[in-house]
Design a protein around this ligand. Structure first.
Ligand code: SF4
Ligand code: SF4
Length: 167
């Protein structure tokens, strides 16, 4: 029987061991912090380094990664939901990038599956738009300065001004 894309992705990520969780430091939006509080995740997992972000262990792995698995998968941070898409904001435009296959083995499978690609792209746009809207400008600036090597620009989406509606 053919595997679904989700099953394929799960197997690939398990084999990869969470490369994207190494030195990831995903931003933590106010909504995620509230979710953590409600679900009993200690807020000590967060630190401030120009923006509120997740800590890493000494070896660089995200503090919420255990044995290659995300301990908060069901409510993980917005940038983790969006992966392997990443982002920056320039001139009120959400710019989406897709990681190269060399840094994320899932990418070739995503590119080969039009429906899965479209679905993950929509999820990334929704999740990243919510993140961008929730962050103070100075924190967004700090995130924008983080280099995203080994990615390709795949879309540019004009953001509505804050308060003008939802994405
Ligand atoms: S880097 Fe790609 S393949 Fe590896 S765990 Fe992350 S999403 Fe999965
Ligand atoms: S929150 Fe989960 S998915 Fe995100 S970097 Fe940490 S372990 Fe990985």
């Amino acid at each position: 029987m053919m595997r679904s894309f989700e099953e394929t992705a799960e197997a690939i990520c398990a084999e990869c061991g969470g490369r994207c969780c190494h030195e990831a430091h995903p931003p933590l939006s106010p909504a995620r912090m509230e979710e953590f509080r409600a679900r009993g995740v200690p807020l000590s997992v967060a630190e401030f380094a120009g923006y509120t972000r997740m800590k890493s262990h000494d070896d660089g792995m995200c503090i919420l990664c255990r044995s290659g698995k995300c301990r908060v998968h069901a409510f993980k941070p917005e940038t983790c939901v969006a992966g392997p898409f990443t982002f920056e904001v320039q001139d009120h435009t959400l710019r989406l990038f897709l990681k190269h296959e060399s840094v994320c083995p899932l990418v070739p499978y995503l590119k080969a599956d039009e429906i899965a690609y479209a679905s993950q792209f929509r999820m990334a746009v929704r999740s990243l738009t919510a993140l961008v809207r929730s962050l103070p400008a100075n924190e967004l600036d700090a995130i924008n300065r983080i280099p995203e090597p080994e990615t390709d620009l795949v879309a540019e989406i004009l953001l509505e001004p804050r308060g003008a509606g939802t994405a």
